[in-house]
Design a binder for this molecule. Structure first.
Ligand SMILES: [Zn+2]
Length: 98
């Protein structure tokens, strides 16, 4: 796994600024497979100017997250469905021209 530098101090400062504590970070698990999600892994995927927004998303009770594996699986399934729809569209186009 790639080692990514996470400026924890600037993130913790955002917590203080928003009257949050690191102890009130929401515990999260993948919506699909229920494996635990790690806040620091999550925040390391974003750039410094996105941290505040990413924390807001993480703390939002109305949003669920996928782990990387389930997200990639979902993306792959969506591509397959899109290709099936394109195939169906080609067949329908062919039938309508015959
Ligand atoms: Zn998952």
């Amino acid at each position: 796994m790639k080692n990514i530098y996470i400026p924890k101090k600037s993130i913790l400062n955002l917590f203080y600024k928003n009257n949050l504590s690191i102890n009130c970070l929401k515990e999260r698990c993948c919506w699909k497979c229920k494996c635990d999600l790690d806040f620091w892994d999550y925040i390391s995927q974003s750039s410094e100017n996105e941290f505040e927004y990413m924390i807001e998303l993480w703390q939002n009770a109305n949003i669920e997250f996928y782990c990387c594996e389930c997200f990639n699986q979902k993306t792959s399934d969506l591509k397959k469905k899109k290709n099936n729809l394109l195939d169906l569209n080609l067949i329908l186009t062919f039938i309508s021209t015959v």
